[in-house]
Design a protein around this ligand. Structure first.
Ligand code: TRP
Ligand code: SF4
Length: 405
């Protein structure tokens, strides 16, 4: 791990909509646990985002916040290595969201694919609200308020990170320039002397009109070489080439989590809405029951019938949990009717329980001491606030909102 990585900030959030399951563990949490060692990680519970779709039953959100934080801790997210907090405890997210809303074209939000998709999918809910339209902009504020460089998300969220980049670019373009910026830049160009000034202008043109990256690099080198311009002028000219001013808000990159195809009990993707989940902290005897009751290859009625693992959801889980030896044993035993289905499920049950053992152990201390969870969250929120406040101070300054401060 390099020091550059350690300085990079990673931010991600999850909506609190119920207890997490093994799909979340394999798809998201294991990744967070890895990232926390190499990056400055901020993980938060997006309770305001949950309200955009669940505004009619907010109390379910509150319980979910608590359960979700325990799930994170149980999975191994460590409050000593990462900052964990709750969105609504950091009001700076809301303030930045409001300020960004002033300069975000309506069309940008209407065009985000999730806007129409979710309205279609959740037909029973009235999502023609102001808050729901603003969902991705609130997400942009979540990211930009920490100047995060990397945002671990699934493919469905990439459009939101892309919007965030556009919003940041527009913000920097509008507010990253001091008054008189263009004139100052012109004056600085003149100070370089006739020959360099001419060269600089032609490189600038080549980059701005043709996107010529080599011209950009040469122009940069030219500016760095100048002896007779001040540091301020140098910075101004470097920024001027790219058409922006100062970078106030950082453009983040999505960190795509390899799409987890964690199968559920029925072979479809594990998801609460399919009712095919194994809970992250589900009791061992319930896990045992759930796997025992799993459907197998429907053609395999009797023990003497040969089966086809490719038509069996149990096999999908073996692919996640079992090593080559066990997988060979399953395929051969199934296709030759040499093993029974319950026999086939045994090593799988063991593996799942083995995976959950340390999860249960870590969870226990938090379940028994809920105040431990509350204090982790309030400390995390405090740390997050400090970072968010620093950004807001700069944002207010360039938006003419520093009166009396
Ligand atoms: N929209 C994200 C989801 O549904 C949750 C989220 C909210 C988020 N704010 C975020 C994710 C900021 C990453 C960064 O999964
Ligand atoms: Fe499925 Fe295993 Fe039974 Fe074959 S033996 S049908 S893979 S449970």
């Amino acid at each position: 791990m390099s020091s550059v990585q350690l300085q990079q900030r990673v931010l991600s959030g999850m909506r609190p909509t119920g207890k997490l399951h093994l799909g979340h563990y394999h798809g998201v949490l294991k990744n967070w646990v890895e990232l926390q060692h190499d990056y400055d990680c901020f993980f938060f519970v997006a309770d305001w985002h949950a309200l955009t779709t669940h505004y009619e039953n907010p109390f379910m959100i509150e319980q979910s916040v608590f359960d979700m934080v325990i799930d994170w801790l149980a999975a191994g997210v460590n409050p000593g290595s990462s900052t964990m907090f709750v969105q609504s405890m950091v009001p700076e997210h809301a303030e930045l969201h409001l300020l960004l809303s002033m300069m975000t074209p309506l069309g940008w939000l209407e065009r985000v694919p999730t806007y129409k998709d979710q309205q279609e999918k959740l037909k029973e809910k009235d999502l023609a609200t102001y808050g729901f339209l603003g969902y991705p902009l609130l997400q942009s504020a979540d990211i930009l308020v920490y100047r995060a460089g990397l945002v671990p998300v699934g493919a469905d969220q990439v459009a939101h990170v892309e919007l965030t980049r556009e919003v940041a670019r527009r913000f920097n373009h509008l507010y990253g320039k001091d008054p008189g910026y263009e004139e100052q830049a012109e004056a600085a160009i003149k100070k370089m002397g006739k020959k360099s000034a001419k060269l600089y202008r032609s490189l600038l043109k080549r980059f701005q009109e043709q996107g010529d990256d080599e011209a950009l690099a040469t122009a940069r080198a030219l500016i760095i070489d100048q002896q007779n311009i001040s540091l301020g002028d140098r910075e101004r000219l470097l920024g001027f080439i790219e058409g922006g001013g100062k970078v106030i808000l950082t453009e983040p990159q999505p960190l795509l989590t390899a799409s987890s195809k964690m199968p559920g009990l029925d072979g479809q993707k594990m998801s609460k809405s399919y009712g095919n989940t194994i809970g992250l902290r589900e009791a061992p005897d319930e896990v045992d029951q759930k796997i025992r009751k799993m459907q197998t290859d429907p053609q395999r009625v009797r023990l003497t019938d040969a089966g086809d693992p490719d038509k069996c959801p149990v096999w999908n889980l073996h692919e996640v949990y079992s090593d080559e030896g066990v997988k060979n044993w399953v395929r051969q035993g199934c296709q030759s009717a040499g093993i029974g289905c319950l026999e086939c499920k045994k090593p799988l049950i063991e593996k799942v329980l083995e995976e959950q053992k340390p999860i249960h152990e870590r969870a226990r201390q938090y379940e028994e001491n809920p105040e431990l969870v509350t204090s982790i969250i309030s400390e995390g929120s405090e740390r997050a606030r400090d970072a968010a406040k620093a950004t807001l101070e700069e944002v207010r300054k360039v938006m003419g909102l520093s009166f009396g401060r």
